[in-house]
Structures are given as C-alpha cells and as structure tokens.
Design a protein around this ligand. Structure first.
Ligand SMILES: [Zn+2]
Ligand SMILES: [Zn+2]
Length: 156
C-alpha cells in the first residue's frame, strides 16, 4: 500500500527506536480522538469516480483526518479519508478519493511534522506545505460530501 510505505519512509526521521505504523480506520470521529490521542485534519486535492455511471470529478476539498498516539515507543496513526458521491446519480454510493502520490507525500510530510510537535513536543516553527491543487471548474457540492455533512469540510 502506497500510504504505508511512504509513511514508513518518513517516520524513520522520528526518534530512533520508536516504531510507527499507519492504518486506515473509517470509523474515526473528527474532533473526538480517544483519550491520549492527537488529531491532525487537512484537506487535499483528489479525484473521485462514480461506480454507478463512471463519471469522474476532481475536488480540492477532500478531507483527511489523522488520529495519532505514541506510547512506550510504539506509535500508531489512524487515517480516515472522507468520501463524496456523484451528483448525477440518485442514491449514488459514497466513493473513496483517489489521491495521487504527490499529494499523499505532502499529506504525510505534514503529518510527520505534526507528530514531532504533538507527540515529541518539538517546535519546528515551520508551516504546512500546501497540496497540489487540481483544476476544479464546478462548485463544491455539500450535499454530496461526507465531510460537509459532518461539519468539518475544508477547515484546515
Ligand atoms: Zn454517477
Ligand atoms: Zn465538503
């Protein structure tokens, strides 16, 4: 899996001896990390494809939520990618975003910085690296965005 290998590479820059792993968890609740967990929430650019009609659309409001925890040298990151569904089909299923490697890279680079700040209490004084914007011609559709429905869309 692309996410895990990119994350493993970047996590090597974290404190020696600590092991970190990343897993997907679609049940993460934004703003409610479990006790002892930190949150990082970010939007990125990605594409979606409707499994009913095959139509594709780009979006720069693809929300990604990370919850992370370091305890006894074991770090865990849980990730949830927020879905969108097709506005042309009735009862279209929610689709997972297809995020390209460059934006996965940028997301995980920012995540590792956040881990340094929140889990290792380092202050790096650096800002977030912006994601690569996709060309989006139509307006964002809150009715078809899972993150909008949960009130967390494009808040980063
Ligand atoms: Zn469709
Ligand atoms: Zn939205």
């Amino acid at each position: 899996m692309e996410w895990t290998s990119i994350f493993q590479m970047k996590a090597e820059s974290l404190k020696q001896g600590d092991s970190w792993r990343l897993e997907f968890d679609d049940s993460l609740v934004p703003d409610c990390p479990n006790p002892g967990w930190e949150q990082y929430i970010r939007n990125t650019g990605a594409r979606f494809k409707c499994t009913m009609c095959g139509r594709g659309w780009p979006s720069n409001r693809v929300m990604v939520v990370f919850h992370m925890r370091l305890s006894n040298g074991q770090g865990i990151v849980k990730v949830r990618r927020f879905r969108q569904n097709c506005k042309m089909c009735t009862e279209a299923p929610m689709e997972m975003p297809e995020i390209d490697s460059e934006n996965i890279n940028i997301l995980l680079e920012n995540l590792v910085e956040k881990i340094r700040i929140k889990c290792y209490h380092e202050d790096l004084g650096r800002g977030n690296r912006p994601f690569v914007n996709l060309e989006v011609k139509s307006p964002h559709e809150p009715a078809h965005c899972e993150a909008c429905k949960q009130g967390i869309c494009a808040r980063s």
